[in-house]
Design a protein around this ligand. Sequence first.
Ligand code: NDP
Ligand code: OXD
Length: 309
Amino acid sequence: MALILKTDIDRGDDWQTALATLMPELEVRDWAAPGDPAAIEFALVWAPERGALGRFPNLKAIFSIGAGIDHLASDPNLPAGVPVVRMVEPGLSAGMVEFVVMSALYHHRFMLDYAAQQRDKAWREIAQIPTSRRRVGVMGLGVLGGACAAALPRFGFPVAGWSRTLKTQADVTVFHGADGLIPFLNRCDILVCLLPLTAETQGILNADTFAALPRGAALISVGRGGHTVEADLLAALDSGQIGGATLDVFRDEPLPPESPFWNHPRVVVTPHIASMTIAETAAEAVIENIRRVRAGQAPAPIVDLARGY
Ligand code: NDP
Ligand code: OXD
């Protein structure tokens, strides 16, 4: 029984160790040295080259190393009939909650203004407002968005969420579908995007969306770069319609040196690190799924490739 592993960051050893600890009989092969392709039953991958998974004729499941599966769904030659399983693991959720709460507090406490004041050596107090008057909205109430929407009320923020289908969640005002979008946006002083990238969500952070937010709202973009129409965001930042943004994901990654976001005074740029899969905890989810498949059960959660998430 062999698994082929492709990570994009230098985490190969973490995975090898974590998988070997839980299932010593699983042979983990490196992407660059797959050996006999017919022996590979499982793939654990991040951003494989298009068509490359087709090399393995006996694949029983494809595990995405990340929660997002757009890196797989965009492959027109993905092996047919092989379930694609997205990553749900506690380390990834915990990291995203940390990042989103930190970023919401950063904008709430005017830290962009204080960073500018520090550069100018200006000692000036900005009147503080309570979190109860700063409304946060989370686009996407799935595993990660739902966890963030659950954490934010603990700081006193009134929280709303928007999803494709109707959800219920304690302490969260819920909106859904196309009809729910504008009413949702109208009450977001801080907007968090944690949608998957699909045909429907591509370009969803655009001029119309920004115009529906209260003036001066902050954006925390942690889903995918393809959600944002970057020219529209720059225009909204420059006009003050968007007061500040934390951008972790971009259309082109790494963000090119010439991007205006790097030096924009109202933008915090991070290199797609809002949350990272932790091999130690994620290996448990992968091994549990391998056990399920070997027992004749379906792995979970399987992605609906037609829907895109
Ligand atoms: P889930 O699949 O659990 O949740 C997706 C949510 O988005 C669901 O609530 C879904 O609605 C909603 N949604 C999907 N399409 C639409 C639509 N057209 N309109 C409204 N709502 C929609 O995903 P996760 O929470 O696990 O992950 C979300 C994304 O976060 C990933 O796809 C990835 O792109 C990104 N990510 C970014 C990271 C980073 O470091 N920056 C790290 C990890 C993930 P419904 O509930 O009705 O199905
Ligand atoms: C993910 C990511 O999808 O890291 O998990 O972006």
